[in-house]
Write a protein that binds this ligand. Structure first.
Ligand SMILES: [Zn+2]
Ligand SMILES: [Zn+2]
Length: 316
């Protein structure tokens, strides 16, 4: 029996919410935004509007803050510096754990993220750049580009070596699994708290609203700001062929990613704050993981790059 067109379309859209492989067959205008597919993204934002009903508690705010810190570190340290740039080495278990934590921020899977980011570095601020604010404007670079049909699929050719790990391919294909697992854990913790520790004044819905929705939305816009703002606002220490900038406020918000001009100058370094006064919380976290023996081989910034930067600081 043939299904009506709109029913089969709805099925395809629902499948694409959960199954990244559904993206491989996407057709249509490449820059068209498929709003149906954005329903989960919009719903996470809408979840923040439930705060007047779910209320607030110390434990809920602490969960939101802790999950911001943990997941921002996983995104910048692992999705970005490790998977996209191989700035250090890690064992298979560590890479999977941090990939899963980063994936719970609902910014799609590790292969998708790394592949699109490598594409950005290959074409930064050129017409092919997916999210150049100079080419496509603020809104597109902030949150239009990843909604476009042309950017749904993972750019497999750019992440061939990572694709040999089936566990990473799983996280990438089924990219809703990690966020939904986090939601389930938060709900369970909140419900248990409500039942066994009523003095905490929390609930399942409250912990999900704060720990997942508020925290994830904050992570979204902090991460997106590197694409939309860090190629527009800030200083340029290095004359890179793109318009990347160094910006303290963005570095603060994103745990070091705001030193974006440094980063475009030497992308494979584990640190993006090249000098001691350039706050780079992710790098300090990576140093800690290194000291604990969980990762190793942090790529340094070459002395020539540092010297050129120091001369520029001195106005030479
Ligand atoms: Zn950039
Ligand atoms: Zn990068």
């Amino acid at each position: 029996m043939n299904m009506p067109g709109h029913v089969s379309r709805l099925r395809a859209v629902c499948a694409a919410w959960f199954d990244g492989h559904a993206s491989q067959v996407e057709v249509g205008e490449p820059r068209r935004i498929d709003w149906w597919r954005q329903i989960p993204f919009v719903a996470i934002h809408a979840g923040c509007l439930t705060l007047p009903w779910v209320g607030v508690s110390t434990v809920a705010v602490a969960a939101a803050a802790a999950l911001y810190v943990l997941r921002m570190f996983a995104i910048t340290g692992f999705y970005h510096r490790y998977f996209a740039h191989q700035a250090f080495r890690a064992g298979r278990g560590v890479q999977f754990v941090f990939a899963a934590v980063a994936a719970s921020a609902a910014q799609r899977g590790p292969l998708w993220w790394a592949a699109h980011h490598r594409h950005h570095h290959l074409h930064a601020d050129e017409p092919e750049d997916c999210h150049s604010p100079l080419r496509h404007g603020f809104v597109w670079s902030h949150s239009g580009w990843f909604m476009a049909t042309e950017n749904f699929a993972t750019r497999d050719k750019l992440v061939g070596a990572l694709a040999r790990y089936p566990e990473l391919r799983f996280l990438d294909r089924w990219d809703a699994v990690a966020p939904l697992t986090l939601v389930a854990l938060l709900w369970t913790a909140g419900a248990l708290g409500e039942h066994f520790a009523p003095d905490l004044h929390t609930s399942g819905a409250q912990l999900v609203a704060w720990g997942f929705c508020v925290s994830t939305v904050a992570l979204y816009h902090a991460t997106f700001s590197i694409n939309s703002l860090a190629h527009r606002f800030g200083s340029r220490r290095y004359a890179t062929r793109d318009e990347s900038r160094n910006n303290f406020w963005l570095a603060l918000l994103t745990f070091g990613e705001g030193w974006h001009n440094n980063h475009h100058r030497y992308p494979v370094a584990a640190r993006q704050g090249f000098f001691w006064w350039e706050l780079d919380l992710t790098y300090y976290g990576l140093r800690l993981l290194c000291a604990l023996g969980l990762i190793h081989g942090l790529n340094p910034v070459p002395a020539a790059v540092l010297d050129a930067g120091a001369r520029r600081e001195e106005g030479a």
